[in-house]
Structure formats: structure tokens, C-alpha cells
Design a protein around this ligand. Structure first.
Ligand SMILES: [Zn+2]
Length: 399
């Protein structure tokens, strides 16, 4: 699938990645592509294919992948940022940058709910959402893109509030159920208003997450009909098995499995989605920072857990954390394809893994080693400080 949009592109911002050993597309319909070279211009993928078909001259940056695998930058579908690269939940600095070392280049906020003194009045919650959206749009720790500014629904919100939020740039709601709206009728009405103005919604699923929050069961999830069934495996306490399988069967919405959830319930959701041929709806998040901490390798760990115990090919597990999430959340990342954001993670088998190669090592439950991460066409980090060391790492040969 060679596609060369323009041979004479602006050389100044041209990125060439050559000598790719395995091209992981992120697309669950075609997880592995036949190619060894990717060219990006101005942070956007321009062409994907075979080196012999391209003019690679004039690149500002050339990366020799050294035969390692190239995948889209991983997406964490469920984070709870607050302000800057700090979380008051565990009073920790630098957690976002640490996740970059786990291959994550994009995060979606499910609400800035850990903000100390979080305002619950309507003008206050709107102001906080707009502030977070603006602040994280302007602040990208080491290149990580955070879609934040996700207001939590409170009683008394009216249609005009959603119109105003959307006009101000808010694109996502925080988890339904974390505020004072805890019934399906009100949830459904507000989620529909949000959708009308282009704001996507996520609902908390399962038992209470921290003191003060409450249980959301399958009836409220089905009635509210949010776009994403947030942590279908609980965050942390899961619903009973029959409720999880019913959600997989009866709702057409995204099925989000999180690290900060019940792992057995996550496997149940995965197996049910597989049985009903709904794998394209499965997306991954960490739900961090949380009581269980921050998980810099959380998405890589989910991929290995679901691939090894859920018995799905590793290249499919990678799609759950990339192309599936991008599709379900309308993001222009997550796929290695022309026109998509040039954000990538280079993976190789961890040193001394018992696997035969990268994919086999993930299927055996080992974590992949990250050798480099690129965000929007720029090298953000080289060998990860957090993953087990990759056997081979790419090299910047020209910049
Ligand atoms: Zn939650």
C-alpha cells in the first residue's frame, strides 16, 4: 500500500523513518502493513510503503529504525489530569512525561475530578473545564497531547450550558456519575444535549471509585447511552458478570477496559466482545492517576495482559490502544496512514524475553521495550527509561 502524496514536499519539516522491521498500522481490519518506510511532513504522515518507491532526499530528520517495529503512538482513553504535569491524587510530579516513556502520546481526560476544591456549581464547573481545555492545549509535557477540559455533570445544567461549553472548545464530558447526576433519565437528557453540540460522553461503570462516589449499574449505563462505557471492568469494583456481558451485547457504544479495574472482568469483557464480533469497540485506558497510583506502563501492560490471557494476537492488542480508540473518540491519531498525525512508538522485544520476536513476547505476557517515541513528527524521547530495555533501538541518523 504505497502512497506518495507529493514528491517535492517542504524539506524543512520532512521526517523519514526507514528500515522498519514490522509496520503495525493500528487498524484492526489490517493490523500489519507491508512496508519499511514512513515519510511525514509538518507532523502529518504523508506516505507509507517501500523505501525503493520513495524519494527520501531533503529530510530534516531521518530515523533508522534498525529493523524494529513501528506502531502509532499509544492512546490512553481514560486519565484524570488536574493541572500541569502534577497530580494531587498521589502528589506526584511528572506522571504524564513518565507515561510517554510507556509509549503514550495522546491522553483523553475523563474529568479533572481530583482538582482540590473542585467547583460543583454550574458556572464554576464550566470555568474549570474551559481553563483545563485551554491549559492542556497549550501545555504538552515532552510532546504528549492531552485532551482535557471534561466537565462532570451536575444537577441543574441546561441545554444552553452545553452549547456554551462546546462553543468554548470543550469536546469531552467527564465521567457521568462522578457528579450529582446519578439517574439514567437526567444522564440521558444531558448526554443528548452534549452530543447535539459535538461533545462526547463517557459514563462511570461499576462500584464507587473513592469515598463519596457511587455505583453505576447496567441499567443506568444503558439508559444514559453515553458514547463510551467507561471502565466496563470497573474502576476498580466491577459489575456482576451478567451485567458486563449484557452491556457488551445490548449497547453499541465503546467498551473501555482500564488498568485500574478488575482484570478478570476486563478479560470477560474482551472475550464477550470477541464472541459477538465487537472487537472494534474495545478501547484501553489506565484511569490514572487514581488510588492505585499512576501507571506509566499501564497501556503496555494492558496490551500484554489481554493478548496473553485473553488470547488475542499482539498486533490486535496494539489496535485496541491505537486505532480503535482514535475511531471511537474521533481523534486524528492512532493509525499509520497518510493524513494522520505523525506520532509513533518504536517497539522491540525486551532483552532476554522468552518470546521468539516482539509479537510472540507480548503474546507470552512480556512487556514490549520502547526504543523511541515521536510526537507530531519530532523525536520526543529515545530509549525509554521505564520499559524493560528493547533489544534493538532505532537511531537518529540525521537531524
Ligand atoms: Zn470512573
Amino acid at each position: 500500500m504505497s502512497h506518495d502524496a507529493s514528491a517535492k514536499s517542504s524539506a524543512s519539516n520532512k521526517l523519514v523513518i526507514r528500515n522498519i522491521g514490522l509496520l503495525l498500522s493500528g487498524d484492526i481490519e489490517h493490523p500489519i502493513l507491508d512496508g519499511d518506510t514512513v515519510v511525514a511532513v509538518n507532523g502529518v504522515i504523508q506516505s507509507v510503503g517501500k523505501e525503493k518507491d520513495f524519494d527520501l532526499s531533503g529530510a530534516a530528520t531521518t530515523v533508522d529504525a534498525k529493523g524494529t517495529a513501528l506502531a502509532p503512538g499509544l492512546i490512553d482513553s481514560h486519565v484524570h489530569p488536574v493541572c500541569g504535569d502534577w497530580t494531587p491524587r498521589q502528589n506526584q510530579l511528572g506522571w504524564i512525561e513518565s507515561c510517554l516513556h510507556g509509549g503514550v502520546t495522546t491522553m483523553v481526560s475523563a474529568g479533572e475530578v481530583h482538582t482540590p476544591g473542585r467547583p460543583k456549581d454550574i458556572v464554576g464547573l464550566k470555568a474549570m473545564a474551559i481553563f483545563a481545555q485551554r491549559a492542556f492545549q497549550a501545555f504538552r509535557p515532552s510532546g504528549v497531547k492531552i485532551y482535557a477540559g471534561a466537565p462532570v455533570l451536575e444537577q441543574g445544567m441546561v441545554e444552553e450550558d452545553f452549547k456554551e461549553l462546546a462553543a468554548a472548545g470543550v469536546k469531552f464530558l467527564g465521567e457521568v456519575g462522578l457528579g450529582s447526576v446519578k439517574d439514567g433519565t437526567t444522564g440521558r437528557r444531558m448526554v443528548a444535549w452534549a452530543r447535539k453540540y459535538g461533545i462526547q460522553s463517557t459514563i462511570h461503570t461499576g462500584g464507587p471509585s473513592i469515598p463519596g462516589s457511587s455505583r453505576i449499574d447496567k441499567d443506568m449505563v444503558l439508559e444514559t447511552d453515553a458514547d463510551v462505557i467507561g471502565h466496563v471492568n470497573g474502576g476498580h469494583t466491577a459489575l456482576p458478570d451478567d451485567q458486563i456481558t449484557e452491556l457488551c451485547e445490548r449497547s453499541p457504544r465503546a467498551l473501555e477496559i482500564v488498568h485500574n479495574g478488575n482484570e478478570r472482568a476486563g478479560l470477560l469483557a474482551l472475550r464477550t466482545a470477541k464472541e459477538f464480533r465487537q472487537m472494534h469497540r474495545v478501547i484501553l485506558g489506565t484511569d490514572s492517576p487514581a488510588g492505585s497510583g499512576v501507571q506509566p506502563l499501564g497501556i503496555l501492560r494492558m496490551m500484554s495482559m489481554l493478548s496473553s490471557l485473553g488470547e488475542i494476537p499482539a498486533e490486535v492488542a496494539i489496535c485496541l490502544a491505537t486505532g480503535n480508540t482514535a475511531k471511537m473518540r474521533n481523534l486524528n491519531c492512532g493509525l499509520i496512514a497518510p493524513g494522520r498525525e505523525a506520532s509513533f512508538v518504536f517497539l522491540d522485544m525486551a532483552q532476554q524475553s522468552a518470546g521468539k520476536n516482539l509479537l510472540d513476547s507480548i503474546q507470552k505476557g512480556d512487556l514490549a521495550g520502547v526504543g523511541m517515541v515521536i510526537t507530531d513528527g519530532a523525536v520526543s524521547i529515545q530509549r525509554s527509561r521505564n520499559t524493560p530495555p528493547a533489544t534493538l533501538v532505532p537511531e537518529v541518523v540525521k537531524r
